[in-house]
Design a protein. Sequence first.
Length: 294
Amino acid sequence: MKGWIIYNGALRIKKVERLVEKLAQEGKKKNIELKLIKNNQLLPTYSPFGKPELKSLIDLDEPDFIIFWDKDIFLARHLEQMGFRLFNSREAIENCDNKALMHLKLSNIGVRVPKTIVGPFVFHQQNLSDDYIDMVIEELGDRIVLKEAYGSFGMQVYLINNREELKSKILELGNRSFLMQEYIDTSYGKDVRVNIIGDKIVGAMERSNQSDFRANITIGGVGKVIELNQIQKEVALKAHKALNLDFCGVDLLYGKDGEPVLCELNSNVNYLSFEDASGINFSDLLLDYIVERL
């Protein structure tokens, strides 16, 4: 069996490179040949009659499946139009990549999420009235978590402490899409990452950061394996299924009443820290799932 692992050629983050290399190594143990391909090594083209075709800067054999470890939505759509099976699908990745779209998709599945306001669309530069800022603060409070719609590794997420900071940050964003959420103070610097493959929870890790409101390990957080309670399991699986994911990482916050608050889902979940902490081989389980689905 042959497969491709497509990842971003411009990102150049060691953790991503380590992850795809580890996945390829696990494939060898199962007699699965996995070719590592950067998205900028592929040339998606269309014939004069609109047929999608693919050219490459490297020699490639046609794969039986593609593990799409990137957020290049246009390339993913192109590959699906050619008939390739992607893990995760283009639609699932797109719904996770855009945080505003993610919350719209999750708004009616019956799980608790932070109260959210999606910022208005603009062509060039935000120019929001004082009345608009006042309305946001009235809805969400003085302390607000502002997130750019696109961002990874905890980046592009900001804790806003007052009205002037909110106005300044929105102006700084220019025409970048964003959303604003209520600040869950009971979860400052800590969250729960739930790792899922198919319809099964592989395991979970509590992440904590003593010096930042964000718990991401990439920016200094540390993780420890924990056992989930039944409600946490149900919330994570419900969100995973709602976005039609093959695998993902679900991030849960700690609510004031002990109820989990769904923060977000990650289609391109980096599970290496979880593997190190738990001893569970996520790569092996993922490949088993893919073979079973094929």
